[in-house]
Ligand binder design. Structure first.
Ligand SMILES: C[C@H](/C=C/C(=O)SCCNC(=O)CCNC(=O)[C@H](O)C(C)(C)COP(=O)(O)OP(=O)(O)OC[C@H]1O[C@@H](n2cnc3c(N)ncnc32)[C@H](O)[C@@H]1OP(=O)(O)O)[C@H]1CC[C@H]2[C@@H]3CCC4=CC(=O)CC[C@]4(C)[C@H]3CC[C@]12C
Length: 287
């Protein structure tokens, strides 16, 4: 298995089936749909490669202002493909091949950065998760790399790697305790138990619970609102949230001031008040 493949690599003739991940642009919104419904969208190498391409497209295309990550077939993501892992244990690879950064041998992988799962990479534009059904293990891991999270009322979450003797290498052992209360994060990580959408909302892992089957509609509604806001401001606010995390307030406010000043220097910062005075919707250029 090469360093670009993952457990669950393509298992059937690619030409005779849909790709493991679908990417669709609707105006300023890019929708990324994990597409292995027969395996509850368990991750595959093909899926992760398409995800990486989609993230690059989000960051590089100024026309794309917001992204949505969702799953096909009434599920979000069941994490790594356990059947593929059984056939080819990833750990056997970790002892072979120089790591990509030359620091040890993890099978050619730098396990501190898994861009497809948004570990060691965050998008420069807002990413909204639209969850139906199961978001388990790798599914809840990638969720933590999203910014706004919507789930159908029957959705369930969990970081179940420990249940199978595995480790949440998608970043949860670091990130979950930074996003929800410590004792609940420890509980979820150490028990591997699944939690329902209502509990996920109660603990702040997700922000919205909607009727089953409407998570994508709600995510599109939120995405439209953000896409109509000033893109320069939106991206600067997102970057400030990210770059100031964990810093002392005084150091964080230096980032805040630098990025905020750049927004006020933008043409959009003139268009907004002008539109208000002229009683019309702003036409932001993104510059
Ligand atoms: C560490 C990172 C993440 C690891 C993991 O995610 S471990 C996997 C944990 N997953 C689970 O516990 C979920 C298991 N599934 C369930 O609990 C249930 O199926 C469900 C709740 C999800 C749904 O229940 P349901 O009743 O609706 O449906 P079912 O009937 O149960 O299932 C239907 C159907 O789907 C199949 N199915 C479901 N889940 C899976 C699954 N996870 N795998 C396979 N198949 C699944 C089920 O069998 C049924 O099928 P059927 O035929 O009908 O019986 C890793 C994430 C990415 C890794 C990196 C990738 C790149 C790399 C490559 C390398 O070589 C090694 C290094 C690495 C960087 C690698 C490192 C580790 C990761 C970061």
């Amino acid at each position: 298995m090469s360093a670009t493949e993952a457990p669950g690599a393509a298992d059937s003739d690619i030409s005779s089936r849909e790709p493991h991940c679908l990417v669709e642009q609707r105006g300023h919104v890019l929708i990324v749909t994990l597409n292995r419904p027969e395996a509850r969208n368990a991750l595959s190498g093909e899926m992760m490669a398409i995800m990486n391409e989609a993230w690059d497209r989000v960051d590089n295309d100024p026309e794309i202002r917001v992204a949505i990550l969702t799953g096909a077939g009434g599920a979000f993501c069941a994490g790594a493909d356990l059947k593929a892992m059984n056939a080819a244990p990833p750990g056997d690879k970790f002892e072979q091949g120089e790591r990509s950064d030359g620091k040890g041998n993890d099978g050619g992988w730098d396990l501190s950065r898994l861009p497809a799962l948004l570990k060691g990479r965050r998008l420069t534009k807002p990413l909204i998760a639209a969850v139906e059904g199961a978001a388990i293990a790798g599914g809840t891991e990638i969720l933590q790399g999203t910014d706004i999270r919507v789930a159908g009322e029957s959705a369930k979450f969990g970081v179940s790697e420990a249940k199978w003797g595995l480790f949440p290498l998608g970043g949860s052992a670091v990130r979950l305790v930074r996003q929800i209360p410590y004792t609940i994060a420890a509980d979820i990580l150490l028990t591997g138990r699944h939690i329902k959408a209502a509990e996920a909302k109660e603990i702040g892992l997700i922000g919205y619970v909607v009727p089953d089957g409407t998570a994508l509609d709600k995510a599109l509604e939120i995405a439209e609102t953000i896409a109509n806001n000033g893109p320069v401001a939106v991206q600067a606010i997102l970057r400030t949230i990210r770059d100031s995390e964990g810093l002392h307030e005084e150091e964080a406010f230096r980032i805040d001031a630098e990025l905020g000043a750049a927004v006020f220097k933008s043409a959009d910062a003139k268009e907004g008040p002008r539109a208000f005075a002229e009683k019309r919707a702003p036409k932001f250029s993104g510059s």
